[in-house]
Every structure is written in C-alpha cells, then in structure tokens.
Design a protein around this ligand. Structure first.
Ligand SMILES: Nc1ncnc2c1ncn2[C@@H]1O[C@H](COP(=O)(O)OP(=O)(O)OP(=O)(O)O)[C@@H](O)[C@H]1O
Length: 223
C-alpha cells in the first residue's frame, strides 16, 4: 500500500551553516490493513520520515510509492487522491483547526475540498464514532479539551475514508487515562474500517498494543 524506497533527507544546521543527514536510505513497506509501529530515540528522524511519507516535506532522494503509483514528484493537484487516502494524526491536533472557525465548520472543510457528500448526519456519525457529542460543533477549538480535540482530528480524518493513517505520537500530550481511551478508540476504528496504520511512538507498550509489527529507527536509519 505504501512503500518508501531508500528515502534520504538533509536539513540545514543554521549554527554551523552545514547540511546534515536526518534520513539515510530509509526503506519500508506497509501492506493494506497492516499496523506498523515505528520506534526510536528522540531526534532520530521519526517525525521527519512521517512528513516525508505524507509529502509534506520533499525528499532529497528515494521514492515514495502509494498503491503502485510513484507519488514522490507529483504536483499538489495530482496528489489530491493521495491527500484523501493518507491521513495524518499529529501530536498537536489543534494545528488542524482554525482558531477562528467553529469546529463544525472545520470538520466540513475537507468534505468540501474533496467534493464528498456533506450533511449533518455524516458529521454526526463521525462524531459518534469518536464518542463525541454534536454539541461540540458549535464551539471553537480553545473551548474543548486536549482529548476532545484529538478525537475531533480523528473524526476529521475518518470523514475522508482513508486507507492509511500516519499517527505521530498521537497520545503523547494527553494524560494517561485519556491516552488509554484514544488508543482503544483507534484500535476499534482500525478493525472496523480495515485501515493501515504507521504508528510512531517512543512507548514500546503502546506499539505492542497497537501494531502487528515494529520498525526501529536510529540516527536517521531504519535498523
Ligand atoms: N525543519 C528542521 N530544520 C532543521 N532541523 C530539523 C528540522 N526539523 C527537525 N530537525 C532536526 O532533525 C532531527 C530529527 O527530528 P525529528 O523531529 O524528525 O525527530 P523525532 O525522532 O521525531 O524526535 P521526537 O521523538 O523527539 O519527536 C532532530 O535533530 C531535529 O532537531
């Protein structure tokens, strides 16, 4: 379903004025419906790899293949089907929501962008999946809790019927009891929707609970 072939990336180090390797020949494969965990120490490049796989950051070399199509160099217009089918759940879900828009309007936005059916029933069904009340639709992002905003970002992703979720430490900002609820929710959704996951976490117990297999990253390499 998603394959990275020898993906490499450098960042500029402003203090030394030099480039340094953040991803070095990273290759991985995620099959349809499979949950793959990605672990590794802080700063080893996991979030960068997630953003490169999502085509949010360009690669320096290597290829990203989604469902047999090479998406590495596709234009934003050509990427539209990919943008619908591969969704991102971040450790900072509030960044998905415009602080000036009510949450209902923010949830509708992607449906309009992707020309998908948009109705109150569809939005309320997505909210029910993540166990949230429709009353939240009338609020602004600062008027909900951290756990609720993460549930809303999951609902936002689910509305697009993705085939793959890339989750970057999705519960690291939440307290333990809310973490457990969100993990359980994600596990149930994955089973129901038969989605694939790339699940990034530094927590081995979380990866063991959520994933079929795990990869390890160290200093920009998948080992
Ligand atoms: N835009 C950027 N420009 C330059 N360096 C960056 C940039 N983003 C991240 N880095 C650096 O690249 C390295 C990898 O960062 P990245 O966020 O991918 O690691 P990570 O494994 O996800 O870390 P964590 O587990 O702490 O989130 C780090 O040294 C980080 O400081």
């Amino acid at each position: 379903m998603l394959e990275a072939v020898e993906v490499s990336k450098k960042y500029w180090d402003r203090s030394s004025g030099r480039q340094y390797d953040v991803l070095q020949s990273c290759s991985l494969q995620i099959a349809a419906g499979e949950a793959v965990g990605m672990m590794g120490p802080s700063g080893c490049g996991k979030s960068t790899l997630a953003r490169v796989l999502l085509r949010l950051l360009p690669t320096d070399s290597g290829r990203i293949i989604f469902q047999t199509q090479d998406v590495t160099q596709l234009s934003q217009k050509q990427l539209k089907p990919f943008r619908q089918q591969v969704q991102f759940i971040s450790q900072r879900p509030e960044s998905f929501f415009d602080p000036l828009l009510k949450l209902g309007a923010s949830l509708r936005e992607p449906l309009q962008i992707f020309d998908l059916p948009d109705s109150s029933e569809i939005i309320e069904a997505a909210l029910a999946t993540v166990k949230l009340s429709p009353a939240l639709l009338d609020r602004y992002p600062h008027q909900v809790s951290g756990g609720e905003v993460q549930r809303l970002s999951i609902a936002r992703a689910l509305l697009l019927k993705p085939k793959l979720l890339i989750l970057d430490e999705p519960t690291s900002m939440l307290d333990i009891s809310v973490q457990a609820q969100i993990l359980q929710l994600l596990k149930n959704i994955r089973r129901q929707e038969q989605m694939a996951f790339l699940f990034i976490s530094h927590d081995k117990a979380v990866i063991n609970y959520m994933c079929d297999r795990q990869l390890y990253m160290q200093e920009g390499r998948i080992t």
